[in-house]
Ligand binder design. Structure first.
Ligand SMILES: C[S@@+](CC[C@H](N)C(=O)[O-])C[C@H]1O[C@@H](n2cnc3c(N)ncnc32)[C@H](O)[C@@H]1O
Length: 374
C-alpha cells in the first residue's frame, strides 16, 4: 500500500534530502520549506528511518481537520478513533508547529489535542495514556496552517540526527544530519581521503566513516514506529539484518581527525567506539599549527570555532589567517571546506573561494566556504 509521508529537514537541506529519499526508493518526492513530501510503502518508511543520513523525522499524516479555534480543534481531534494508534498503557506526547489567528500558542494547541485524545481514552476504557515529554511511546505531530491542522504520527520518535553515538557532548558539536549534509555538499565520497583538523567530538569524521563502511545510521537507536500497533517486527528485522550484512570491514580511503584539545580527542574516540569505528578513524591530538597533510590529496571539512558559541572573535582572526596560510602552504592538491557563521572571520582565511554554499547550523545562517588548494 502506498502512503504519503513527510520528512522534516533542516532549512536549506530540502533538495539534498529529496535526492537521498529518491535514492532510498521514495516516489512523488517534493521538497518544500524545511521538509520533503514523498510516498512509498511500509518498507520504505522503515528503510528511510534506518538509512537516512539527512532528515530529522518521518511523519505519517493520519488526518487533516478544520481547526479555526480551540473548540473546533478539540472536537475534531475527538472525532478521530485514537484506539487505532495507541492504547492507554502507552505514553504519549504531542508536538505542535504553526499558528493561526486564534490558535497562536503551539503549547496550548498541543494541550488541546492531548486533552481530546486522553478524554476519548477515558470515556472508552476508563483509563488514559500518561504524557512523557522525553521518551513517549507514541509521538503525535500537529501542524496548524490557516484554519486546518494536519495530525501525523511521528515514526522516528526522537529526531534522526540522534544516531545514538554521542554519549559525550563536545563544545558546539554539529548535528549528525548537518555533518552528513556537509560531506555531501563537499562532494566527498568514500574513495577520497578525509581530514577534519578541528574535529571536536568527531561528528564529521564519524559520519564519513559510517558512510564509507556502509553502516546504517539508525542501527544504534530506537524508533517511534517500533511502538505502533501495526509494527511489522519481521520486516524490520529483515531490514536490520540486511543492513548489517552489507557493511564493509574496511574504509575505502583513510579518515583523519585531529584537534588541539586532548579532551576533545578523547571524546571523539569514545563516540567512535560507540559505533565500533575507533580503530578506523586516525585520531591525533595536534594543533593546526603543527599539522601536515597525511596523504597527497584529499578533502578537508571543518567547522572551526566562529565566535558565536565558542571562542572570541578577536582572538579567532589570527587563527583563521593561520588556517589559510597552512592550507595554502602545506595542503597543495587538497580541497578544503570551512563552515563558518561569521563572514568577517571567513575573510581572514585570505584564499580565493571557489564556492560559497549557504547552510543553516540550527537557526544560525552559515556559509560553507570552498578552497581549491594548488
Ligand atoms: C566548533 S568546534 C568543532 C565541533 C565539531 N565539528 C563537532 O561536531 O564536535 C571547534 C574545535 O576546534 C578546536 N580548535 C580550536 N583551536 C584549534 C587549533 N589551533 N588547532 C586545532 N583545533 C583547534 C577546538 O578544540 C574545538 O574542538
Amino acid at each position: 500500500m502506498t502512503t504519503a509521508y513527510f520528512a522534516t529537514t533542516a532549512r536549506g537541506l530540502e533538495d539534498l534530502a529529496a535526492r537521498e529519499l529518491e535514492s532510498l526508493g521514495a516516489v512523488e518526492v517534493q521538497p518544500v520549506f524545511t521538509g520533503v513530501k514523498f510516498s512509498g510503502d511500509k518498507q520504505l518508511l522503515y528503510k528511510v528511518n534506518l538509512w537516512s543520513r539527512l532528515v530529522f523525522r518521518v511523519l505519517v499524516p493520519i488526518a487533516d481537520i478544520a481547526s479555526k479555534n480551540a473548540g473546533e480543534l478539540y472536537d475534531n481531534v475527538a472525532g478521530i478513533d485514537w484506539g487505532k494508534y495507541l492504547n492507554p498503557n502507552q505514553t504519549l506526547v504531542v508536538h505542535c508547529t504553526g499558528t493561526n489567528g486564534s490558535l497562536n500558542h503551539t503549547h496550548f494547541s498541543a494541550l488541546q489535542i492531548k486533552n481530546a485524545i486522553v478524554d476519548q481514552q477515558r470515556q472508552q476504557t476508563g483509563t488514559r495514556s500518561s504524557v512523557d515529554k522525553e521518551w513517549a511511546d507514541i509521538s503525535i505531530n500537529a501542524h496548524i496552517e490557516g484554519d486546518r491542522c494536519t495530525l501525523s504520527l511521528d515514526s522516528s520518535g526522537e529526531s534522526l540526527h540522534r544516531r545514538g553515538y554521542h554519549p559525550a557532548m563536545g563544545v558546539a558539536p554539529l548535528k549528525e544530519t548537518l555533518a552528513a549534509a556537509l560531506l555531501d555538499l563537499a562532494g566527498w565520497t568514500p574513495d577520497i581521503p578525509f581530514l577534519d583538523p578541528c574535529c571536536g567530538s568527531g561528528t564529521l569524521a564519524i559520519e564519513a566513516a559510517l558512510k564509507s563502511i556502509g553502516v546504517a545510521p539508525g542501527l544504534y537507536r530506537r524508533f517511534g514506529l517500533e511502538n505502533w500497533p501495526d509494527f511489522d517486527r519481521q520486516l524490520w528485522s529483515e531490514l536490520v539484518t540486511a543492513a548489517k550484512q552489507q557493511q564493509k570491514e574496511e574504509l575505502t580511503a583513510p579518515i583523519f581527525a585531529s584537534d588541539a584539545d586532548k579532551a576533545m580527542i578523547d571524546q571523539s574516540y569514545t563516540n567512535a567506539s560507540f559505533c565500533h569505528l575507533e580503530d578506523k578513524i586516525q585520531f591525533t591530538c595536534e594543533s593546526l599549527e603543527d599539522l601536515y597533510p597525511p596523504t597527497d590529496t584529499g578533502i578537508i571539512v571543518c567547522n572551526p570555532p566562529y565566535g558565536k558559541r565558542v571562542g572570541d572573535v578577536e582572538t579567532l582572526r589570527s587563527f583563521y589567517r593561520l588556517m589559510g596560510d597552512i592550507f595554502k602552504q602545506r595542503f597543495r592538491g587538497w580541497t578544503a571546506f570551512i563552515l563558518t557563521g561569521n563572514k568577517e572571520l571567513g575573510k581572514q582565511v585570505g584564499l580565493r573561494t571557489s564556492a560559497r554554499i549557504p547552510v543553516y547550523n540550527g537557526s544560525l545562517p552559515c556559509t560553507l566556504l570552498k578552497y581549491e588548494l594548488y
